[in-house]
Write a protein that binds this ligand. Sequence first.
Ligand code: ATP
Ligand code: MG
Length: 415
Amino acid sequence: MAQRPRGTRDFLPDEMERRRHYEGVLRRRAETFGFREISTPIFEETELFVARSGPNIVEELYAFEDKGGRGISLRPELTAPAIRLYVNGMSNDPKPVKAFYFGQCFRYERPQSGRYREFFQFGAELIGGSGPESDAEVIALAAAMVRDLGLKNYKVRLGHIGVLRDRLASVGIPGDGMAEILQKLDKKAFDEARPILESRGVGDADIESIFGLVSTVGGPEVLSAVPGEIGEYMGRVLALLDAMGVGDVEVDLGVVRGLDYYTGIVFEMEAPALGAEKQICGGGSYALAEVFGGEPVFTTGFAIGFDRILLAMEKEGLEHPRKALRAYIVPVSDDVRVEAARIVASLRDAGISADIDLMDRKMGRALKHASSVGAEKAVIVGAKELSQGVATVRDMESGEQSEVPLDCLVDHFLS
Ligand code: ATP
Ligand code: MG
């Protein structure tokens, strides 16, 4: 039997209905914040992702050469494509540009629960804003989205990459030598960070204080450990978030987000119930446009791991409203099939979901089928009733039946 590639999933109709419902919730929320949707190709030049994330990213990519000898990759994320699109076609738009996207990403990873080779991200970028108001706007959007989904147990953690960068600079690490260390600190891999810091001549006391900084977590009071402008900036973001209904934000100076181009605020959301793969959202403010040949521009964005968030919601037993089939048409005999076809068409054209027996079933079996596909009502079309201009409508749950004039059938379902 033919098999799916490893790390991919098929989605059956029930699951697709659930996914589309929640995708709609996220999309509507983004629109209430004034963000508008963009869409970019599933594949890009490999160089785009290397420019964003460094050469090591290639190990994670589905990368290949196309027939023209170009280096192409399936996209592993959507931030780089979104900023490329901004530089190509939106950089003259009125600022800030507020864009959101939803789409699949591909990473060659070891598949496990919450980690797939094809997965979906819902993300947003605010390009050309400035300062704490723009950061807060983006974080508030991410938080409102997760809240709208109905998830209860999650955390928002806020950090600022400047704190660690300043600290590393103060012990003599140059800016372009920080990435490797930041990536270790991001994973709290202190055992791996220590030898690197030692090899750069950083003393024990400084190393301990750096690890201490990365482990600093708490409420707004923790900001007293953050001197000067950065502490003030973070305090301002927290105040704005609080005003926008995002109160329970944890300050966590260990939120690092490994990549070089993060410049300021960084944040993550997690759903602890997911265990190891608990991170459901990552974001921050960054400088990427100039990497792709554009003018430098203040940008803040995030990406929500759609599949992971759905897993977390499943763990909390959240149910989406089901889409019911409103009407199932049962022609009682062959001579009414043309009239039954007219009836089903009139319901469908009025936007009412309606199905009709296509299997030549007898009435009893047709009604059984109607209930097994979850139809709300059956419309039984018989020759005698037709001649009187009516059809019999049966409520599938109560079994109650009534005769409804054919020209009132659409209204019957709309009211
Ligand atoms: P992780 O540390 O879990 O690998 P990441 O830092 O690689 O995450 P990002 O690149 O920030 O993740 O992507 C944003 C979000 O996309 C993550 O927070 C996560 O929810 C989701 N995500 C990342 N990789 C996968 C994957 N392979 N399968 C499913 N979801 C993923
Ligand atoms: Mg990863």
